[in-house]
Design a protein around this ligand. Sequence first.
Ligand code: HEC
Length: 199
Amino acid sequence: MKTRLRVLTVALAIAIVGGVTSTAVSQAQSNRPVLVYSADGKLVFPADYRTWVYLSTGVDMAYVDGPPPSQHTFDSVFVDPASYAGFQKTGTWPDKTVMILEVRKGQSRGSISKAGVFQTDRIGFEAHVKDVTRFKSGWAFFSGSGVALPQDSACNKCHEQHGAVDTTFVQFYPTLLPKAKEMKTFSAAYLAEEAQAKP
Ligand code: HEC
């Protein structure tokens, strides 16, 4: 009796895992739109962004001088696969691009790790979306709540002034930077900043 129950439990577990895997695969491969808003205009954060194209991870990045952080963080960036393919052709982003920045805690000691830093819990995520008919500048930023930030937000300003291509930080994404160089799609602001930074 006990054995039969165990066999049944194992079979059920396999069925559940199998079901979850096939859903994840079919979602990643389906042509369902990546950009979805709710009826009240909020961005619906894509549940499967971790199956999208991975661009980069920054560790403990800071944009002003200051003391080292008390908590390590990882910022990882993902983009929907169709927009990544578009970038690889043109060196810039097509309309309806969705980029997700995921923030996770970093931990140094754990399991067999005695040094270095590895990723643990997610502590937040943000989106940067290109939708030229909906937003004046062509792009909008969203924090976890899904509400679009005002077009003159601090997010817009920093990205417009320092992002290498079309308000995005391509200078930090090694699989995109060569294409932007080749297609000469750098923003004027970024080129001026780079020229100034040179000794
Ligand atoms: C002081 C400059 C600065 C500000 C302000 C800023 N960002 Fe960024 N952002 C960056 C940099 C640098 C990156 C490159 C990736 C990284 O940091 O790991 C980035 C990357 C991103 C990305 C990945 C896609 C892209 O555009 O390259 C998203 C999404 C994002 N930021 C959202 C936001 C949101 C939402 C806000 C406002 C709440 C914001 N950012 C404010 C500097 C900034």
